[in-house]
Design a protein around this ligand. Structure first.
Ligand SMILES: [Zn+2]
Length: 341
């Protein structure tokens, strides 16, 4: 197992260490794991409200969460949070008890675990790179630096064309006469995913969050943005992303009726939930895309039960046929209760 830093990610670790030379500091890693290699593409700085002390340091979590979403979405293939780093005083290059807790949390976020890196200056800058397996087993691993060691697909940013098509999708409103566009049906997309959603069922009550409606909607949009892009760009679903009060909804009006998927924010768990056909499900960033790929993979391998197999085939057909059938569908896009007046 090894770690490969992009030139920029490595420079960012060095820059942050230099800026906070007298105290501890740290940051978060965005990237991708492929087989035994961890590609660190971006480093997120800890933020202005972090606590920096000689032997202690804490992230500004609101800031890092915000920046993670912003930076991860710039890339063609959305980046994931795969690890973290922090500076230690002197030559202390093993983890403290507090670090064990933090590392356990990060390793628990994905089945491959996480990368946790320590920086020492004793007297020269050096890195000790650890892989953290769940729950908290450490293994020292080697690292290299260089964009030329990273597959192009992980370094590629979204193209201007992709942004233009996203802008078009988000801006067209009722007034603009765009109702002659063909679209894939939202209802067939959701039906395809439904068998895989069962384990995500959420039956608790959803309380109204305490934040302002706009804050809550921003949290929801940040979380669902990559699925919106996947559904509109890659699947070709033309739908409205309607923002109202503290909710966001996907809405598609077609000749056959209206399909809606509602999203709400669960403040206590800092999670997004969605409602489809009266059931609530726990959402996770990019989950629609992952389930879609999982189903396609299984359909291709013939490994699904009959019901889902049929759904898969029906969906494939609809992709071809319904693109004509929904010709008279109405497209309404990002319409918030603020921009209405
Ligand atoms: Zn530490």
């Amino acid at each position: 197992m090894r770690v490969v830093f992009s030139d920029r990610a490595f420079a960012a670790v060095m820059a942050e260490t230099t800026e906070k030379i007298k105290t501890e500091t740290g940051g978060l890693f965005l990237g991708e794991v492929e087989k035994d290699t961890w590609y660190i593409i971006e480093t997120i700085d800890p933020g202005p409200k972090s606590i920096f002390e000689v032997a202690y340091f804490e992230y500004d979590q609101q800031y890092t969460q915000h920046l993670i979403n912003k930076i991860a979405n710039l890339y063609d293939k959305k980046l994931n949070l795969i690890g973290l780093w922090h500076r230690h005083p002197g030559s202390f290059d093993v983890f403290s008890g507090t670090d064990d807790g933090t590392n356990t949390k990060y390793a628990g976020m994905r089945k491959e675990g996480a990368i946790s890196v320590l920086v020492n200056i004793d007297p020269n800058f050096r890195l000790t790179v650890y892989h953290v397996a769940q729950p908290c087993r450490y293994k020292k691993i080697s690292y290299e630096v260089g964009n030329d060691l990273i597959p192009d697909q992980y370094l590629k940013l979204k193209t201007p064309e992709r942004y233009k098509s996203m802008m078009t999708n988000m801006l067209y409103s009722n007034e603009r006469n765009v109702d002659l566009e063909p679209s894939v049906s939202l209802v067939s997309f959701m039906r395809l995913l439904r068998p895989k959603l069962k384990e995500r069922r959420y039956d608790e009550n959803i309380n109204k969050p305490t934040g302002s409606d706009e804050e809550v909607r921003t949290k929801i949009i940040d979380s669902i943005l990559s699925d919106i892009m996947f559904m509109s760009d890659e699947i070709g679903i033309k739908m409205a992303v309607v923002q109202e009060k503290c909710n966001v909804a996907f809405v598609q009006d077609t000749v056959d009726g209206t399909t809606k998927v509602f999203f709400a924010y669960l403040e206590a768990d800092d999670k997004v939930v969605f409602q489809y056909e009266g059931e609530n499900y726990l959402y996770e960033d990019g989950i629609f895309e992952s389930i879609y790929h999982m189903i396609h993979y299984q359909v291709a391998k013939g490994g699904l039960n009959l019901q889902t197999q049929e759904d898969g085939m029906v969906f494939q057909k609809q992709l071809e046929q319904e693109s004509r059938k929904i010709i008279n569908g109405v497209i309404r896009l990002i319409k918030s209760d603020r921009s209405d007046n």
